[in-house]
Write a protein that binds this ligand. Structure first.
Ligand code: BG6
Length: 506
């Protein structure tokens, strides 16, 4: 077994991370724990500061207490070290600021312009973990108060808008203050180890790429399943739904990494150029196609992991009779030379039976069989990239069943389990991405044209749904979505991947 180091890592320049929405769920659940873990790994230079900003009138000491609690709750026990947590908390500060008025901005400016010792030349980063409606106003204020310097960087959380026009408006407004090179649009799926591994799998091996096209691949499946419901985010989620929340960004980014041509290098613009081409090649699903190519679902009360859970309409913050989808399945096509005619089946939903994300590449069956009837059913090869949990790459093959009983075939799997092969802890996606901003590397962030191309494809689907005035199909929490999503793929003579061939079958 090789040991993988997530510990000591090269130190980066000192930074000032100002987190708008600093008391919000994302900051407490993801950003502060990720920054603590990078600090523990030795990547946070002395003199670095993390400044929480929100409207709440908290003292810096209150904010530190909140952060300490968040670390206790969201960092695994074996990664919590009392001395290191204390050192991290000392780097935290807090300023109450109202994004939509002038309140608090002078204090923030004073804080940022009064650097602590040893922080000379700190990289100045503004992380907008707020509602997208504040991206424009915050950017305007950063300029008005002289905080947006030519070297500073701004990180935008998804969603960037709710349709093409609102995305363009946000991009224009933020773009009036920051150049495109200063803007980091986060899609945390791109920071996941196994997602980055798609590049290694495809372009670091000679085995797959010659087969990676319509001649050899029958179809692709991408599933991103969650067991959670809408949690405390009902207000946001009900305005969004599964297509906007998951498909327009995370799933489409996965489609891009599976579908793109080999970039000329890993340089940020090369990779992003290739992803953009995939987005621009997506075949439009308009009002006439939504009925046949998409399924919307909404969960009803049921049971997940043995516990009863309420239906979507009974979740806090959901208006009665809401028609928002919590599940979506769809069939898309990439209209280009490599992929013409190869369907990509996507599904994502909340309150499904398991938290599980995977990509399935289904190869075509062999052209001619030499095996006698009775040798067993020949199953076409299948490559399964498990993104989470239990990260792995499995290749389903046909093999001869051992023994003297003649030629009997049986499917078996080659299984590369990342935990068994590399050991150690997998850093959370945010750890990687937050530090990429400090490094100034935007390869794993979305460029403006990517976000807008993704909306250009997603918007007609939403419009098509609205024009049909249909409610989402109900599904019981703890099941794999409405039966129509099974019909979506079975109509084409295919099935959603769910079998597990034991790798111990050899
Ligand atoms: C977020 C969505 O972007 O991704 C959430 O807004 C979703 O609704 C989350 O739960 C899923 O991320 P992960 O990393 O847990 O798969």
């Amino acid at each position: 077994m090789h040991s993988r180091s997530t510990g000591a890592a090269p130190a980066l320049p000192p930074f000032d991370y100002t987190v708008f929405g600093g008391t919000g769920d994302l900051a407490l659940r993801k950003l502060l724990p990720a920054l603590y873990l990078r600090d523990k790994a030795g990547q946070v230079a002395d003199g670095s500061r993390i400044i929480g900003v929100s409207r709440s009138p908290l003292a810096p000491s209150d904010y530190r207490a909140k952060a300490e609690e968040a670390i206790r709750e969201h960092v695994p026990a074996d990664e919590r070290d009392t001395a290191l947590v204390a050192r991290f908390l000392e780097r935290l500060d807090y300023v109450p600021v109202d994004a939509t008025s002038d309140n608090g901005w002078d204090e923030l400016a004073e804080r940022l312009n009064t650097p602590p010792p040893r922080s000379g030349g700190a990289v100045r980063i503004f992380y907008l973990a707020t509602s997208p409606s504040l991206f424009g106003p915050v950017s305007d204020q950063l300029r008005a108060f002289g905080l947006a310097t030519p070297e500073s960087r701004v990180v935008l959380e998804k969603p960037i808008g709710r349709d093409l026009a609102s995305a363009q408006e946000i991009n224009d407004r933020v773009g009036a203050v920051f150049t495109e090179q200063q803007i980091y649009r986060i899609d945390h799926y791109l920071g996941k180890e196994t997602v980055q591994n798609l590049l290694a799998l495809r372009f670091g091996n000679s085995l797959f790429e010659p087969l990676w096209n319509a001649n050899h691949i029958d179809h692709v499946q991408i599933t991103v399943a969650e067991t959670v419901g809408v949690e405390e985010r009902g207000g946001y989620y009900d305005q969004s739904g599964a297509l906007r929340d998951m498909v327009q960004n995370h799933l489409l980014q996965l489609v891009c990494l599976v579908g793109m041509e080999c970039p000329i290098s890993l340089a940020q613009e090369s990779v992003r150029d290739e992803k953009l081409k995939v987005l621009r090649s997506l075949k439009a699903i308009g009002a006439d196609e939504v009925g046949g190519c998409t399924v919307r679902g909404q969960y009803r009360a049921g049971a997940v992991a043995g516990g009863a859970v309420p239906g979507y309409l009974d979740e806090p913050g959901i208006p009665p009779g809401s028609g928002t989808e919590t599940f979506v399945a769809l069939k898309l096509e990439i209209d280009n030379w490599r992929w013409a005619g190869v369907p990509f089946y996507l599904r994502s939903g909340k309150r499904l039976p398991a938290k599980m994300s995977e990509i399935v590449i289904q190869f075509r069956p062999i052209r001619h069989s030499i095996f006698p009837q009775g040798a067993g059913e020949l199953q076409a090869n299948r490559l399964i990239v498990r993104l989470q949990p239990d990260e792995s790459i499995r290749l389903h093959l046909m093999t001869k069943e051992p023994g003297p009983g003649g030629m009997r075939l049986r499917p078996a799997a080659l299984n590369l389990s990342f935990a068994q092969t590399f050991g150690g802890r997998f850093p959370d996606a945010y750890e990687r991405l937050l530090m990429d901003v400090v490094r100034g590397n935007s390869t794993l962030f979305m460029r403006r044209d990517e976000v807008e191309a993704a909306w250009q494809w997603a918007e007609p689907i939403i419009d098509g749904w609205m024009s049909r005035h249909e409610m989402p199909k109900p599904y019981i929490a703890g099941t794999w979505g409405p039966s129509q999503s099974i019909a979506l793929i079975e109509r084409d003579g295919r099935t959603w991947h769910d079998d597990e061939i034991p790798s111990a079958a050899f």
